[in-house]
Design a protein around this ligand. Structure first.
Ligand SMILES: Nc1nc2c(ncn2[C@@H]2O[C@H](COP(=O)(O)OP(=O)(O)OP(=O)(O)O)[C@@H](O)[C@H]2O)c(=O)[nH]1
Length: 198
């Protein structure tokens, strides 16, 4: 078991009452959280988002990315649906960490795109991995997901770990004048699927 359940508590939010569950990876000691809403029907596909930490977007209202609006939209849809879960993974900056993401932003201010900036710092375009989701889902007895994402790598990762994704919901929110280039690069270089591209 690579992820250990720590504790849980009610989490009242502007989208209704979620429950927050703490998980710690015993090997890396990395702390993650899972938010759940309502009763998870483990016989059916659970409406879910796998969301990677973005301090600037999720907590500081940055318009450089679409992370904050996506997190809020996922919580809103789960609440509207009546049940679901968010696996909030502490892998900031597509896995390069907060300081390196800020370094990458600096390079992007000088003209690099989000992939070139990572590479100029000696990182891959996307350093994330999703193995912890296996134990998180097992903990809740969830075997099938309806995943809110535009990111094909997340779908590939779920398939790699044997997590059944029965459906995908596009989550296209938070596009603005400041993140046009970032979103375009995610489409062109990271394969993100946006319906307008069809
Ligand atoms: N290195 C780097 N990371 C970024 C940048 N902008 C946002 N991020 C990070 O990108 C990650 C976005 O993760 P998610 O919100 O899970 O979304 P996603 O991989 O874009 O896929 P979706 O499910 O389609 O939203 C977060 O870890 C952010 O911190 C950037 O310019 N550079």
């Amino acid at each position: 078991m690579s992820v250990q359940f720590v504790d849980s508590s009610k989490l009242p939010t502007q989208f209704g009452e979620f429950c927050i569950h703490g998980f710690q990876d015993p090997q890396t000691l990395k702390e993650h959280v899972v938010l759940t809403f309502g009763e998870l029907n483990t016989k059916e596909a659970v409406l879910a988002r796998v969301h990677s930490e973005c301090l600037t977007g999720d907590a500081l209202f940055s318009a450089r990315c679409d992370c904050g609006p996506q997190l809020q939209e996922a919580m809103r849809r789960i609440s509207e649906h009546g049940s679901g879960m968010i696996m909030y993974l502490r892998q900031e900056g597509r896995g390069i960490g907060l300081m390196n993401k800020i370094r990458a932003y600096h390079l992007q201010d000088d003209g690099a795109d989000t992939v070139e900036a990572n590479e100029a710092l000696g990182f891959g375009a996307d350093q994330r991995e999703y193995s912890m989701c296996v134990d998180m889902l097992a903990h809740f007895g969830v075997t099938k997901l309806k995943l809110m994402t535009n990111n094909p790598r997340k779908l590939d990762a779920m398939a790699k770990y044997g997590i059944q994704v029965e459906g995908r919901e596009e989550i296209k929110v938070g596009h603005n004048v400041h993140n046009e280039g970032y979103i375009a690069t995610k489409g062109a270089k990271l394969g993100h699927m946006f319906s307008d591209d069809a």
